[in-house]
Design a protein around this ligand. Structure first.
Ligand code: NI
Length: 226
């Protein structure tokens, strides 16, 4: 399932982040890529111990905690600290899959990449190309969103970032280990939750809402790892 989460960051937050990233110290993006991805990755990113990256990463983590749509769609157990990348003219990231399990540097903590996330930070008219393309069983989906908007997609999907042909594309990317590992199970829970909420707004007194909420939690209890 590919889900867009609009306005995870406000326009002001995204613009402030972009301004600080434009003055940041960038390193070769291949440092965090696995063997296959290294061969096709051509971008720059902030070092994982860069103080600016850590500060902006915390801002993103706080925004995620406040976002009901993210919580409902991802059912997060662990979030890998968000990182930041930059594609200048001519740069791209060819088709690859993300590493399945990542260790947090300097810690014994491992995060399984059930979901991958990208937050767009540059205005779409500020660069040409640079679409994130995610392949699933329904075909290839090209995504290019306004600043502060996020897309979530299954960590196991083939994806690429098309070449930037003019301008510069800044973004934030990270991975989520979900309480519900399987994408199809997580999709059922998301659909159920979305519809219960919609029903609760339209007809708050219907007794079925309590029953359906029970069904949701019983499924979550069956499937969740904590
Ligand atoms: Ni990737």
């Amino acid at each position: 399932m590919l889900i867009e989460i609009p306005s995870l960051l406000t326009e002001d937050q995204a613009a402030a982040m972009l301004g600080r990233l434009q003055a940041a110290r960038w390193i070769d993006g291949r440092v965090t890529a696995g063997y296959q991805a290294q061969r096709v990755k051509n971008n720059a990113q902030l070092a994982e111990d860069d103080p600016l990256g850590r500060e902006l990463s915390d801002t993103v983590l706080r925004a995620l905690e406040r976002c009901d749509l993210f919580m409902s769609a991802a059912l997060p157990l662990k979030v890998y600290p968000p990182m930041f990348n930059r594609y200048a003219e001519g740069q791209a990231f060819g088709t690859h899959v993300d590493t399945a399990v990542r260790r947090l540097p300097g810690t014994p903590v491992r995060v399984r990449s059930d979901l991958s996330a990208t937050i767009f930070l540059s205005p779409p008219d500020g660069y040409d190309g640079g679409e994130l393309v995610v392949e699933d069983s329904y075909g290839a989906h090209a995504v290019k969103l306004p600043p502060g908007h996020m897309v979530l997609y299954p960590g196991g999907s083939l994806h690429d970032v098309r070449p930037v042909t003019a301008g510069v594309r800044y973004g934030c990317f990270f991975w989520i280990q979900s309480m519900v590992r399987d994408d199809a199970d997580r999709t059922i829970l998301f659909d159920l939750d979305t519809n219960i909420q919609s029903l609760a707004r339209a007809a708050p007194d219907r007794p079925e809402i309590v029953q359906l909420t029970g069904v949701y939690h019983n499924l979550l209890r069956r499937w969740a790892e904590t």
